[in-house]
Design a protein around this ligand. Sequence first.
Ligand code: SF4
Length: 383
Amino acid sequence: MVLKKIKDELGPSLYFTERQTRRSRLTASASKISTADETNDAKEMSEFESKELLSSSPQSNRQHDLMISKRRRSQFKTENDSKDWIAAAKTKKQRVSRVTSTETLPTRPPPHFWPMYNQIKKMRSRIKAPVDEMGCANVATAVSGLSDGKVYRFQCLISLMLSSQTKDEVNFQVMKILQDYFISKGYEHGLSLEAILDIDELVLDQLIYKVGFHRRKATYIKQTAIILHEKYNGEIPRTIEEITSFPGVGPKMGFLLLQIAWNINTGIGVDTHMQRMARIFKWVPASKNMDPEYIRRCFESMLWDHKEEWSRINPILVGFGQVVCLPQRPRCDVCTLSRTGICPAVDKALLKKADMDKKNGIKIDSKSRGDLTNLIKDIEDLC
Ligand code: SF4
C-alpha cells in the first residue's frame, strides 16, 4: 500500500528507485560517502549508517511496514508539535563558538600565506571547477532562474542543507529534481516554502535520495520549513545565531547562507577543503583540535583587516581543492605553486615523474572534475 501510494505520487521512474533492495541502497549510499566532498560528520555518519544496517537486516516486510508507520507517526507528531520544535531551537546551545579570552589566535597570516593564496587565485581564474556552476551560491539561480527574493533565499537554504557530504554535481541534480517535481505539481516557483510544507516527508526523502544522509536531511528540511513558517513568516533570518538554530544547519552553512542570500559578511564558511589546506599548508598554528571551527576562527582573525576576502576565500579554495589540490593525490604536476618552493605539501615524487613523462613525450593528464585546459598550457610554458 505504501509503495503504491508513492508510485502514484512520483510516477514510474522514482517508483523504480523504491524497488531497489535495501542492501543496494546502502551500498550506493556507502559509495556516495566514500567520494563525498565533506568529512566533518564522518563519525556521526558511520554511526548513522550502522544503525541503518542493523535495522535493514532481512526481517520481513512486516518490520519494514512497522518502521514506515513509526516514521509516519513521528512525522505527524513533528508537524503537530512544531511549536515545541521552535521552543527547542530557542534553547538549543548555540554552535557558533566565539573567540574566548584564553584562546590565542594568529592576528596575521604566516609569511607564505599571501604568496600562496594569490597564486591560487591566479590559477582559479584559469580553471573551471564544479563549485563555479553547481555550488550553493549558483545552484538556486541555475535551476529556477531566481536571483533574489524570499523564494530564492529559501532555495539557497535548501541547497546548502542538501550539500553536506554530497558532491556539487549531485547536489545540483537533486535541486533540479526538486524544482521540476514542484513545478509539475503546480507550484509557481517550484521549490518553495509552501511546497516543502505540503510535501510528505517520505516523498521528499525519495526525491532527494541521491544526496548523503537523505533521510535525516528530509526530516531536517521539513522541520526547518515549519520553523521558518511559524517563527519567521517564511523569510530567512539575518543572524548566524538564528540560522544555526535550524536543525542540521551549522556555522559553515550559516555564514555561506548569510553571504549568498543577504550579502551579509559576518564570518567565513569553512569546508573540508579549506580545513585540509589550512593544515597541510601550515597556514594556521598547529593545535590539538584542528576542526573547522578552529580553522574558521583562525582565518577570521588573520584576515580581520581583509574582510573582502571572507566571502571569496571559500569558493576559491573549494574550487582549487576540487580540481587541482585534490584530497587524495593532489595534481602538483599542473599546479603553478609546485616549482616555487613555497608549498609545504608539494609531492616531489610526482614532479619527478612529470619531468620524466615530459622527456618521454607523454602528455599531461587532463582528466579532472573541472576544466584544466588553460592551466595545463600555463604549466607547459613554465616548465
Ligand atoms: S600540494 Fe601540490 S597541488 Fe596542492 S598547492 Fe601544493 S603544489 Fe599545488
